[in-house]
Write a protein that binds this ligand. Structure first.
Ligand SMILES: [Zn+2]
Length: 394
């Protein structure tokens, strides 16, 4: 009888320095095993002969899954067949999975499943080299996910593709959805370092349309954002005393009354273009309170700044129309206050300002924060170069 218990062992270093296989006392039907790293093997009996899995599993959950698959296989078999003959080769399983998907799903679902699975099979052939479905581990899944990102796809796409493969494995090995090599939450833990030239900023054309939709007050507020490069709170809590009309500067300092603190590097005098200084001076003649941009009751504007920014963009026909918030609530995620600061930084660099000066104006503690905007400069400079190559060639 081949129906003997499948056991899990962990390859562990003992106190005396030797390595031994320590049995792991765990029920194979245990669900939601925490991520326990180790060097696990599974064992079973082939007749009277004890067998061990060839490779090792880096996580306990992987070993449990392989153990369960092995147990199923041994229960199904008559004990006389060679063990490998009963394992499911990936290519056979993939064909079966796609056949089922075609029968059950809509055509679009099938096309997507086929595309994803074939791509993963190709990846497996070149990278992980697994032949059987039960060999696939959590690490394989994470490596695959990262590969999708590295080849230029979005993090969301990578997670979806990985979960598609996970679904395929669960179906093949008859596992419950949560018992696959990777859990959705785990797959979603992904840090995407945005490329330096990915910092979003507004184009001149967008700004022109945006400001055309502003009333005079909004115009002054967003112009101050754009031309000072200040952070939201720095404008929100700006006092008339902070403006030096003669020197044409804006003083960024702490406002404990608003719970607004600034670090040493962030306290600074920001030079403003004189035409903006004049408009601010003009606006001061009608001022009633201490804040430059107050609400009707004299308090700080708070979230209504962002709300206004998004409404103006919408009115100006500047919503992208395809981002999630555009489709859900007609508010574009590409319009936000910090982007005025990014636009300011990009504009300054494009005009030839050096990074150290810009760092001081922006109040960045470290230069690397300022350097992020250099990507935008490079792509623009590259564009000019590329265009000039073909000047005169028709
Ligand atoms: Zn949008």
């Amino acid at each position: 009888m081949a129906n003997r218990a499948v056991k899990i062992y962990n390859h562990k270093k003992q106190r005396d320095g030797t390595w031994t296989f320590v049995p792991v006392d765990i029920n194979l039907d245990t669900r939601s095993v925490k991520t326990v790293p180790g060097s696990f093997k599974i064992s079973w009996y082939d007749g009277s002969k004890k067998q061990f899995s060839k490779g090792h599993f880096p996580y306990l959950a992987d070993a449990i899954r392989a153990g369960k698959a092995k147990q199923l296989q041994l229960q199904d078999g008559n004990g006389h067949e060679s063990v490998d003959a009963k394992r499911v080769p990936i290519d056979v399983a993939a064909d079966a999975y796609l056949r089922t998907t075609k029968l059950n799903g809509r055509p679009g679902t099938y096309a997507l499943a086929e595309h994803d699975l074939r791509e993963w099979q190709e990846w497996n052939r070149k990278n992980a080299h697994h032949a059987f479905v039960d060999e696939i581990t959590r690490d394989d899944m994470l490596t695959y996910r990262n590969w999708v990102v590295k080849t230029g796809r979005e993090a969301r796409t990578a997670v979806n593709k990985t979960m598609r493969v996970n679904h395929f494995i669960c179906q093949t090995l008859k596992l419950k959805a949560g018992d696959g090599p990777i859990k959705q939450k785990d797959a979603e833990k992904i840090i995407i370092r945005k490329a330096t030239n990915d910092v979003e900023y507004y184009s001149d054309e967008q700004l022109e349309k945006f400001f055309a939709e502003c009333d005079p007050r909004q115009h002054l507020i967003f112009e101050t954002f754009l031309k000072s490069g200040c952070r939201r709170e720095e404008i929100e809590f700006l006092y008339w005393d902070d403006l030096d009309f003669k020197a044409g500067t804006l003083h960024v300092c702490a406002k404990p009354e608003f719970d607004f603190t600034v670090k040493t590097k962030e306290e600074r005098h920001v030079p403003l273009p004189m035409d903006l200084v004049e408009r601010l001076r003009e606006s001061k003649r009608h001022a009633t309170g201490r804040l430059v941009f107050p609400t009707k009751n004299g308090g700080p504007l708070g979230n209504s700044l962002l709300v206004a920014c998004k409404r103006i963009a919408k009115r100006a026909g500047l919503n992208c129309g395809i981002c999630p918030t555009c489709t859900k609530q007609k508010e574009c995620e590409h319009w936000f206050l910090h982007k005025f600061r990014a636009t300011f930084a990009t504009k300054c660099l494009q005009a030839g300002m050096d990074v150290a000066t810009l760092q001081e104006i922006l109040g960045h503690r470290d230069l690397s924060s300022t350097m992020r905007y250099l990507g935008n400069l490079k792509s623009k400079a590259l564009r000019i170069k590329v265009d000039s190559v073909w000047n005169g060639v028709k």
